[in-house]
Write a protein that binds this ligand. Structure first.
Ligand code: ADP
Ligand code: MG
Length: 288
C-alpha cells in the first residue's frame, strides 16, 4: 500500500506544479546521478524565429506548405514568416512527420522535404557546396538549420534561432553543486548542441540523435553513472523518457511525452526539477 505521507506529498507536489504520475520516482530521487536534458523546448524555449533563408527564396514558401499541418516549433516559425511574405499558405495534399528528422509532404505532384541531414540522406539528395558552406556557418554560430528538398534536390535551407530558458543556467549549476551530472541529448546537430552546452557549462553532449538513439544514450548513462533522469518535451523524447529511471515531461510538451513521463513539470519551469528533488526528499524523510 502507498504510505499516507506519499499521498500527501504527491498532493503537495501538485500544488507546486509537479505532477507525480509514478511514486517510484520519489523513491529513486535520493540516488539520482545523471540528469539528461533534451535541448529544443526543454533547455531552450522551443520558440523559433526564422533568421534567414539560404538558397532560392521560394524555399520558404514550399517549406511552409509542407509544415502547415505540423505542431513542431520549427514548423510554426516557418509558417509564421511565410505568411508575412506570401499571405495564406495552401494545405499540402498529404504529409508525414518523421520525429527527429523532419517532414515529407506532397502538393500538386511535388514532393517537399524539410528537415536535417538525416532527411537529406533519406532522399538521397545532393547538397550543393555553396548551400552546405552557408549551412555550416550558421550552425557553428549556434543556429538550427533545416534543409528544404524538392523532388530530390536540396533547393536551400532555413536558419532558425531559439533561446535558452532564462532559468536554465542556475538550474544546471545547482544540479552540479549537489553532485549530479548534467547531460544534453538532442536531435539537433552537434554545433548547435555544443553552443548551448558551452553557455551552460555542460560537458556531456550527445547530438544528431533519432528517438531510438536518445533512448540508447539514456541506457548508456544508466550504466555509466547510475540512476538517470531524462527531461524532454517532444514525441522524439518518449522512448528515452520511458527508458530513464525517472522520465520528466515538460508541461508545454506533447501529449505523447507527458504520458511517457513519470513526472510532469506543469509549467515547464526548469526550477521544478530542483523542487521535485527537494519535495521527494521531504516525503521520504516523513516515511522514516
Ligand atoms: P530536440 O531533440 O533538440 O528536441 P527534435 O528531435 O524536435 O529536437 O528535432 C531534431 C531535429 O529534427 C531538428 O533540429 C530538425 O532538424 C529536425 N526536425 C524535426 N521535426 C522537424 C520539422 N517538423 N520540420 C523540420 N525539421 C524537423
Ligand atoms: Mg524537444
Amino acid at each position: 500500500a502507498t504510505p499516507i505521507s506519499v499521498v500527501a506529498g504527491t498532493n503537495n507536489a501538485l500544488k507546486h506544479g509537479i505532477l507525480i504520475r509514478d511514486s517510484r520516482a520519489i523513491e529513486l530521487s535520493p540516488r539520482i546521478r545523471a540528469v539528461a536534458f533534451d535541448k529544443t523546448g526543454t533547455l531552450t524555449r522551443g520558440r523559433f524565429e526564422v533568421i534567414s533563408v539560404i538558397g532560392d527564396e521560394k524555399v520558404l514558401y514550399y517549406a511552409a506548405v509542407a509544415e502547415k499541418g505540423s505542431e513542431h516549433p520549427i514548423a510554426r516559425a516557418i509558417l509564421e514568416r511565410a505568411k508575412e511574405v506570401y499571405g495564406e499558405i495552401p494545405d499540402a495534399d498529404n504529409y508525414d512527420t518523421i520525429p527527429g528528422m523532419g517532414i515529407i509532404a506532397q502538393r500538386n505532384g511535388l514532393t517537399i522535404g524539410v528537415g536535417n541531414e538525416k532527411l537529406v540522406k533519406g532522399f538521397e539528395a545532393v547538397i550543393n557546396l555553396e548551400i552546405e558552406r552557408k549551412v555550416r556557418e550558421s550552425a557553428s554560430d549556434g543556429y538550427t538549420v533545416v534543409y528544404v528538398i524538392i523532388n530530390n534536390e536540396v533547393l536551400g535551407a532555413i536558419v532558425l534561432g531559439d533561446s535558452l530558458r532564462p532559468e536554465a543556467p542556475a538550474v544546471i549549476n545547482e544540479l552540479r553543486r549537489i553532485g549530479m551530472v548534467p547531460v544534453i541529448i538532442t536531435g539537433d546537430r552537434t554545433e548547435v548542441a555544443k553552443m548551448v552546452a558551452r553557455k551552460l557549462g555542460i560537458e556531456h553532449v550527445y547530438a544528431g540523435l533519432t528517438p531510438d538513439e536518445k533512448a540508447e544514450v539514456v541506457k548508456e548513462l544508466k550504466d555509466k553513472f547510475g540512476i538517470t533522469v531524462m527531461i524532454g518535451d517532444g514525441v522524439n523524447d518518449a522512448v528515452a523518457l520511458k527508458v530513464a529511471d525517472i522520465g520528466m515531461a515538460m508541461g508545454t510538451g506533447t501529449d505523447i511525452a507527458k504520458s511517457a513521463g513519470d513526472v510532469v513539470l506543469l509549467d515547464s519551469d526548469l526550477t521544478k526539477v530542483l523542487s521535485f528533488i527537494k519535495l521527494s526528499r521531504k516525503i521520504l524523510s516523513n516515511i522514516k
